[in-house]
Design a protein around this ligand. Sequence first.
Ligand code: FES
Length: 156
Amino acid sequence: MPCERRTFLQVAACFTLSAAALGLNAADTAALPITEGDGQQSGNEVRYPIPPSDGVTIDRKVQVIIVRYQSHLYAFNLACPHENNVLKWLPKDGRFQCTKHDSQYTPVGVYTSGRATRNMDRLGVRRDGDTLVVELDKFYQSDKNSAGWAAAVVAL
Ligand code: FES
C-alpha cells in the first residue's frame, strides 16, 4: 500500500556521509530495497521464501525484519533495543534508524550511534531448502549473549 510505505520510508539527504561513516560503499547500500512481507507462521516459527536479492523485508504481523545482505540472511526484532520504538529502514542511507532517540544501525544490525546500548536484537534463523525459518522463541541480545547473536545468521 503506497501510503503505508510512504509513512514507513524516510528519505534522508546525507547518503554519502552516512554510508562512509558505516564503512559501506554506495554499491552496497543502494541495492537494498524495502518490501512488506507476510510470513507463514506455525507455532513459534515463521517461514519466508528466501529473498532473491539483497533487501529488507518488514513483517508487521509478527514484528520481524528480514534482511538479505551480502549473501547472508538475518532476522531482527522490529522494536528498537532501547525503548521498543519501531525501527525504520532508510534505503537511501543504507541503515536502520530509530526515530525516538535517533539510534542508528547497519544493515546487519550493528549499533553505530544514538541512545541504545546494544545492537538490534536478532532472532534465531535456519534454512530449509528455499525457505528461511525464523524462530520467534530464540531471541538474542548482543550484550547478554554475544556468541548467540553473532551466530544468528544463515550464509547463502
Ligand atoms: S527507543 Fe530507540 S533509541 Fe530510544
